[in-house]
Write a protein that binds this ligand. Structure first.
Ligand SMILES: Nc1ncnc2c1ncn2[C@@H]1O[C@H](COP(=O)(O)OP(=O)(O)OP(=O)(O)O)[C@@H](O)[C@H]1O
Length: 403
């Protein structure tokens, strides 16, 4: 009886490939693989033309036991991402079209975004126009202000997770680590070792803070802003790995990279620094001056207001760090060129498009090229804005966060 019922449900269920034609493979992430696909049904645009709708389908990995795939439920990350994506609606948050279950795998169907902020691995490090950077930053802050107003922390903001559509609209993606928090602040550390890719990790987390706040997302945005201005990660440290006893290591190298630019933090800058669990480890560092201004001279922007905003986002004390809402009203955004919802508007600059491996268009078969080099091979479905895909060099991507 149950078998019959199951078989009936199986035939009633919409098959992914009945609705979507996979155009190619985009990327493997921690939780699964992402494909570019188009809906088999076209829609009519206002002027009566047939329009194709393009999507990104994220196929979550099924749980694995040895070589046998077993279905033991939906992973916590998939659950979080689905529930948050369904409730959050904002122009700067990637929108979820639908969720399909097939072959014991969740398939999340998102609107497709042709670009992302991952620009540090471009061949030609051609500066991005200030108008585009400012529009990117404003829209990113706009999306994060919405998340924060709804008591959601993103917790994994990094260039690869910030998507941009062909129309220059920023879409914050990968809400798999996002988490709703409440007042009073809950410790978000226990059982949740995974917290923000190291290059974008805030100093309070590096110093062992267990309570974390919206300020962590703002630090990451500061790092991303600096990266857009120089096309290089500002604090490119190496993550110390956990030992066999699962002791959380002190992230000395990452803090060294931060102190080289911002100087060793003082009690004046961060009055409660001595309450950080790893504070004692700071005695091993010599005091050093703040060189952010010198760093800013090497950036593509010459705006003083831009420097002030960057400094406010990279403030050591999380309590004093600027909020997303305050940052949106910063004088930098009132100065010419003012930001727009189309970050590419009137720009001759060809922003790089993401690479899509069109020969890997079977979602049931893993792609042929390891994920580290995936961007180098295959045809690119370039948009009208960009002709070249990311070169996919591993150097531009930070080490993967721990799952
Ligand atoms: N809507 C989209 N449109 C186009 N590409 C997308 C979209 N969503 C995700 N991607 C691409 O797929 C990659 C992986 O997606 P995502 O970050 O959601 O997965 P993940 O498993 O959490 O990956 P990671 O471990 O790298 O964070 C992204 O970095 C991006 O390049």
């Amino acid at each position: 009886m149950l078998a019959e019922f199951r078989a009936k449900r199986e035939t009633e269920r919409v098959r992914v490939e009945a609705k979507y034609q996979v155009l190619g493979f985009i990327s493997s992430g921690t939780y699964g693989r992402v494909y570019k696909a188009k809906a088999k049904k076209t829609v009519k645009s206002a002027d009566g033309e047939e329009k194709e709708l393009v999507y990104a389908i994220k196929k979550f990995k099924p749980d694995k036991e040895g070589d046998i795939h077993t279905y033991t439920g939906i992973s916590q990350s998939a659950c979080r991402e689905i529930s948050l994506c369904r409730e959050l609606r904002h122009q700067n948050i990637v929108s979820l079209q639908e969720v399909l279950l097939e072959d014991n795998s969740i398939h999340m169907v998102f609107e497709f975004a042709e670009h992302d902020f991952l620009v540090n691995n471009q061949h030609e490090r051609k500066p991005i126009p200030e108008f585009t950077i400012k529009s990117f930053l404003w829209q990113l802050l706009n999306g994060v202000a919405y998340l924060h107003a709804n008591w959601v922390l993103h917790r994994d903001l990094k260039p690869a997770n910030i998507l941009v559509t062909n129309d220059g609209v920023v879409k914050i993606g990968d809400l798999g680590l996002a988490r709703i928090y409440e007042r009073p602040l809950q410790p978000l550390f226990n059982g949740d070792k995974v917290v923000v890719t190291i290059w974008y990790r805030a100093p309070e987390l590096l110093l062992g803070s267990r309570h974390y706040t919206k300020a962590i997302d703002i630090w990451a945005i500061g790092c991303i802003f600096a990266e857009l201005l120089t096309l290089r990660p500002i604090f490119k440290g190496e993550e110390a790995k956990m030992d066999n006893k699962k002791n959380v290591p002190f992230q000395k190298n990452q803090l060294t990279k931060i102190f080289e630019v911002l100087g060793k933090p003082t009690k004046d800058q961060w009055p409660t620094i001595d309450q950080q669990p790893e504070y004692h480890n700071l005695s091993g560092f010599r005091s050093s001056p703040n060189r952010l201004h010198e760093f800013y001279q090497t950036c593509s922007s010459k705006s003083d207001a831009g420097y002030e905003l960057l400094a406010a986002m990279l403030g050591y004390d999380p309590i004093m760090r600027i909020t997303a809402e305050e940052a949106l009203h910063h004088p930098y955004f009132e100065e010419e060129p003012t930001p727009s919802m189309d970050s590419f508007e009137g720009q001759p600059y060809q922003y790089p498009s993401r690479a899509v491996k069109s020969e890997d268009n079977n979602m049931r078969v893993p792609p042929t090229v390891p994920s580290a080099v995936q961007g180098q091979a295959g045809a690119t479905h370039g948009g009208t804005r960009g002709k070249h895909g990311h070169n996919g060099k591993d150097e531009g991507r930070p080490p993967k966060r721990r799952g």
